[in-house]
Design a protein. Structure first.
Length: 132
């Protein structure tokens, strides 16, 4: 949700305009969305977030710290959620990252997605930890 006093600097017009005006201008020039299949992430505790199809646009982001650092990861996820993130991705390149997911999931209130890059085993461990 946009605060009423938020602004955006339009460097081409050399002026600052309210974000609501920028949003309205973009909406008037938006193209039609391509048809996509809708998927859902989350659960009853975090809430179900629908992505794609006719669902509204959702905000997703990714943590920058180490997932195995549970306290720092939880703090970052909660800050991102407070800032408006609907879904947060966490990197799980090592087994210690997926082991940390159990505790992270208990302490966060948004759906967590495990970002798997290198080994299919991390995906299986993330599912076992409770990631939806």
């Amino acid at each position: 949700m946009l605060a009423q006093n938020q602004t955006w600097r339009d460097h081409t017009a050399r002026r600052t305009i309210p974000l609501t005006e920028r949003t309205e201008a973009r909406m008037s020039t938006m193209t039609t969305r391509r048809p996509t299949r809708q998927v859902s992430v989350g659960n009853e505790r975090t809430g179900i977030v629908r992505i794609g199809g006719d669902a509204p646009v959702t905000v997703q982001t990714m943590t920058a710290g180490f997932t195995y650092d549970i306290d720092a990861c939880v703090a970052e996820v909660n800050r991102l959620a407070e800032a408006g993130a609907d879904v947060v991705r966490v990197a799980v390149p090592q087994k210690k990252d997926t082991e940390a997911l159990v505790e992270i999931l208990k302490q966060t209130s948004v759906p967590i997605v495990a970002d798997v890059h290198f080994h299919y085993q991390r995906a299986l461990e993330a599912v076992d930890a409770g990631v939806d």
